[in-house]
Design a protein around this ligand. Structure first.
Ligand SMILES: [Zn+2]
Length: 396
């Protein structure tokens, strides 16, 4: 049913949708391309799904179950709007089934996996993606293998779904390296590997929803936390597609990204106007502790092209920022939300966001999610050596 194809970002060759990490010709990164002509983003059909699947024509695969995730609330923040002199709206991604925007990525990944008849999904996770994937796999009956940094336990509920959790001695970036090795060995779907181009498409539906919830009038600016750069780059793509389809009125919003001061690869590349370099994360904000962002260059480019920016918020300000945001909005965001709010304060102070502007802050996850392991479930401990992992999986 889809009119989409995979297109190489470097050599621009296209090929049919397939589970693939890189271009077969030049090993460049792949994106999903749509023949936008005659596609409809806006629907007046009252029976359209009350979820991200209402935009099915602009997604690569569509599952049987259209009930979730997405179509999260966009709400006013009257006290902060008054205090800051702007019109602030909050996009509450904590209203998704496992309380973060990662439900959109997991849902897209699983729709693709089902289309390709893959029975096991694997991802590296600092918490939210792992839970999103485990929950949705449980819903449709697929297996999940999660790679979590040893010092960074997954969301507690993840174990409840009885996903196979491998606790890897190392950082998130070590988990990603291991995931790439496993991809050479197993016929699985890898959310940030052979399914990445397809899975990440789910995140752009946040941009569509913002437009629709504002009656197809674009806001002046959108602020979100930025880690791998996927959400940020996909927001930009979503607003570009809205423009290409002439589905919304107003100019494309300026996009502002927010990073934690202890892990600012995107903010540094933006501030110094230079290519991205990896950093070793040293931040308390687990969901932003990605030192080697997969969509980093795209994210920095999206900030520049939109007239926005990417800021780093000092570590010592994040806890207060998260609490103050809760006090002023009644929304208990996770610390990534506190980082986004810290960036908003700086933007208002500096005048980058002008009085009266309409601004959307994306609350990407909840502060109410416990992390750790329940007493009945022991995750398997592994080194980052692939032989060790194969032994644990019983295939050595
Ligand atoms: Zn290529």
């Amino acid at each position: 049913m889809t009119r989409a194809a995979l297109r190489c970002r470097l050599c621009e060759r296209t090929q049919p949708l397939t589970p693939r990490s890189t271009c077969p010709t030049c090993h460049g990164p792949l994106d999903v391309e749509y023949g936008l002509k005659n596609l409809a983003l806006r629907t007046d059909d009252k029976s359209a799904p009350r979820s991200m699947w209402r935009y099915a024509e602009l997604l690569p695969h569509v599952p049987a179950d259209l009930s979730t995730p997405g179509l999260t609330p966009l709400v006013e923040a009257p006290r902060l709007s008054q205090a800051l002199g702007i019109h602030l709206l909050l996009k509450l991604e904590d209203a998704n089934p496992t309380h973060s925007f990662k439900d959109r990525i997991a849902a897209s990944a699983i729709a693709a996996a089902q289309a390709f008849h893959l029975e096991t999904l694997c991802c590296s996770s600092t918490g939210n993606l792992g839970e999103a994937l485990a929950a949705r796999c449980a819903r449709v009956g697929l297996e999940t293998v999660l790679l979590c940094p040893a010092g960074d336990p997954p969301a507690l509920a993840t174990a409840t779904y009885r996903a196979k959790i491998l606790r890897v001695a190392g950082t998130f970036d070590d988990c990603r390296t291991l995931e790439r090795r496993l991809e050479e060995l197993f016929p699985w779907g890898f959310v940030e590997g052979n399914l990445h181009a397809l899975a990440s498409e789910g995140a752009k539906t946040i941009a569509y929803e913002i437009a629709e919830q504002l009656d197809w009038q674009l806001p002046d600016a959108v602020i979100s936390p930025a880690a791998s750069g996927t959400l940020f780059a996909k927001l930009a793509q979503g607003f570009d597609e809205l423009a290409a389809l002439e589905a919304a009125t107003g100019t494309r919003p300026r996009l502002y990204g927010a990073q934690a001061g202890g892990c600012p690869p995107l903010a540094t590349a933006w501030a110094d106007d230079r290519p991205l370099s990896k950093v070793l994360p040293d931040t308390e904000v687990r969901s932003l502790a990605i030192g080697d962002p997969a969509y980093g260059e795209l994210a920095v480019g999206a900030a520049r092209m939109s007239g926005g920016a990417i800021y780093a918020v000092p570590e010592e300000e994040i806890a207060d920022s998260t609490s103050f945001f809760a006090q002023m909005t009644g929304v208990h965001a996770d610390s990534a939300g506190g980082v986004a709010f810290g960036a908003l304060l700086e933007l208002v102070r500096s005048g980058d966001i002008a009085p009266g502007e309409r601004v959307v802050l994306v609350v990407t996850g909840t502060g109410l999610k416990p992390y750790g392991y329940d007493v009945d479930y022991a995750p398997q401990e592994v080194t980052s050596d692939v032989e060790d992992v194969l032994a644990v999986l019983g295939v050595s």
